[in-house]
Ligand binder design. Structure first.
Ligand SMILES: [Zn+2]
Length: 531
């Protein structure tokens, strides 16, 4: 997602950082439970009241003999539960529903939970009559306010919907529309199916008076992805001609870089999300005012579109590995900028990202920061902009061919599954044919960035170039293979390692007048006395 204003309100605490090997050890924020395989969700939406009526059937693969625990906010009243179609005695435990099941690990059971009530959050119901809107907004774990689920990104599942709503509204949901049934009293029941497993935080619905604008031929031929724009009628043209004018082309560009689009369809939807954009699988939600006021930019559309591969199709197993979602999506937007505007546009995007990292208090902590327990605080410059830099420097180090081949293999290997940072690191190391563990440890488990002081001294036909690392001690030292240093108009490559790196290069005449460190912006670094 993008554009949450609270990103700026991150408070620095004085925890002593534990630079544990988070690359290989997951630190769960909630415990894993049984494995949800598929949700079958029946909902009734109203034009007038704010009561949600729902039945959620979940197929589980049991992981042990414990009861099934379903997340569902206490504001919703449970009216019944079944296991394999037989009514059972369920129990309310805080914001969960406990359903007794019998069986051993590996057995599959189907539970249903029926409930009704006014959601306190997660499902945003506004207005009435023609202006009524209902939109889900789940991230990070607010689905539980309206959707009985195992509300954790580590448990992905496929989802099918039966949504009963007044016929005068349009309805969108994660997945593809498969059937529309006409019911009495002016109601329609729409069925949607998403057969690829997605995280619960991207399982959404929307109901509004939509104008639907096709952005690619609908239906389109084999191999092409239907892309459409769902907006308020008065915002349709401005959105189509503005931020979404390249939305279909973006899919093709990203498919070329990352591999096939992971789903059957993509909708861009004007909604009431609290985020500037939220990357719900197959149906990206954007802040309604940003579209209405013409403030939504193409970079956000690119960011959310890239999330369909990173975050949605390949999902971080644990919240603390959020950079696998946000860092990749941020770099996706940079790649789109590069596609549109070339090297200078990419450089400008990465410079802006560097400034954001350096200005943020989270720079004092590593990207993989297990001290963060409030998930909203994971939406910080480390997971977004510094995450993008992790990829940008990696690409510079291994070259475009290896980098994109590795990224495509990572997507192919983990698509519709979960991954941790170590999984990406392993694949990139294999593709590069060398050990990159040191790089990922430095990039993900070390705070800060290198600050360099470079001096030169001409002596007897040589120039001695000394690169000193002068950043705070707490940030540690960094390794930068083949760091480019431009001496007047000549560029040398220095393998920087340790507090002081000295190299000699052939040189005649006086010491160079200008010394430019990293002229092609390949590393997230600062230079004392420059920049
Ligand atoms: Zn994002």
């Amino acid at each position: 997602m993008r554009g949450l204003s609270s990103m700026r309100r991150f408070r620095l605490t004085t925890h002593v950082l534990r630079l544990t090997a988070l690359l290989t050890a997951a630190a769960p924020l909630t415990a894993q439970r049984h494995d949800a395989l598929h949700y079958d969700i029946s909902l009734t939406l109203s034009a007038t009241d704010t009561v949600l009526r729902a039945v959620v059937a979940t197929r589980w693969r049991l992981t042990g003999a414990e009861p099934v625990v379903v997340d569902l906010d206490a504001a919703l009243t449970v009216t019944g539960a079944t296991v394999d179609a037989r009514p059972v005695r369920w129990q309310r435990r805080g914001s969960t529903v406990v359903v007794p099941v019998t069986g051993r690990a590996g057995r599959e059971v189907t539970t249903t939970v029926s409930y009704a009530g006014v959601p306190k959050d997660g499902l945003i119901i506004r207005g009435s009559g023609a202006s009524r809107t209902i939109f889900a907004d789940n991230w990070p774990d607010r689905a539980r306010y309206w959707l009985a689920s195992n509300d954790h990104p580590g448990d992905k599942a496929s989802v099918a919907w039966q949504i009963t709503a007044p016929s005068e509204y349009g309805v969108v949901a994660t997945g593809r529309l498969t059937a529309v049934d006409t019911l009495p009293a002016g109601m329609l029941r729409r069925r949607f199916v998403n057969s690829e497993p997605v995280p619960v935080y991207t399982m959404v619905i929307g109901m509004a008076n939509f104008t639907v604008t096709p952005l690619s031929p609908l239906p389109c031929d084999t191999g092409c992805v239907p892309v459409s724009l769902w907006t308020a009628p008065e915002d349709a043209q401005g959105a189509r001609d503005g931020p979404f004018r390249n939305a279909a082309a973006m899919i093709d560009v990203f498919a070329g870089l990352f591999g096939r689009f992971p789903y059957g369809e993509l909708r861009h939807v004007q909604s009431t999300t609290r985020f500037g954009g939220m990357e719900n699988a197959t149906a990206i939600f954007y802040d309604t005012r940003a579209i209405h006021e013409g403030r939504l930019n193409e970079a956000t559309v690119a960011h959310e579109t890239a999330h369909q591969w990173f975050g949605d199709a390949v999902t971080e197993t644990e919240w603390h590995h959020l950079w696998l979602s946000e860092g990749f999506a941020s770099y996706g937007a940079a790649l789109w900028a590069e596609h549109q505007g070339g090297d200078s546009a990419l450089a400008a995007t990465m410079r802006a990202a560097r400034e954001a990292v350096m200005a943020s208090p989270v720079v004092e902590r590593p990207i993989l920061d297990s001290t963060i327990t409030d998930r909203m605080k994971l939406l910080n410059a480390n997971n977004y902009q510094k995450g993008a830099w992790v990829l940008h420097s990696l690409r510079a180090m291994v070259g475009d061919e290896v980098f994109f081949r590795g990224v495509r293999r990572y997507v192919r290997t983990y698509q519709h599954r979960n991954a941790l940072s170590r999984d990406f690191a392993r694949i990139m190391g294999e593709e590069a044919g060398r050990d990159l563990t040191w790089y990922f440890r430095q990039a993900l488990a070390q705070p800060g960035y290198p600050v360099l002081a470079v001096s030169t001294e001409a002596e007897g036909g040589h120039l001695i170039v000394a690169v000193r690392q002068v950043q705070k001690k707490a940030w540690g030292l960094f390794r930068m293979p083949k760091l480019e240093i431009m001496l007047d108009d000549r560029t040398i490559a220095v393998d920087v390692q340790g507090a002081l790196t000295r190299v000699a290069t052939h040189w005649t005449g006086e010491a160079p007048r200008t010394v430019t460190v990293d002229p092609h912006n390949k590393w997230l670094l600062d230079v004392r006395g420059e920049r």
